[in-house]
Write a new protein. Structure first.
Length: 68
């Protein structure tokens, strides 16, 4: 059995398992999150919206915080 993609979200803090493979932008769309408003991190690496994520990946999604 293939381990699903483990996704850690903040605001609100929760964890979900998602079946892959899929592109970052498709994962965000599935979770009802705006691509422009979130950072997606695989391990220690920031990934772009067109990168493919695999079932075994551990992903963290953080909202973009801006300030002046």
């Amino acid at each position: 059995m293939i381990k699903p993609m483990h996704v850690q979200l903040s605001h609100p803090s929760r964890t979900v398992d998602v079946k892959g493979p899929k592109k970052v932008k498709d994962l965000l769309r599935e979770l009802n999150l705006l691509v422009e408003a979130h950072l997606v991190i695989r391990g220690d690496e920031l990934v772009t919206e067109d990168e493919m994520l695999a079932d075994k990946d551990d992903i963290e999604i953080r909202p973009v915080i801006s300030g002046g």
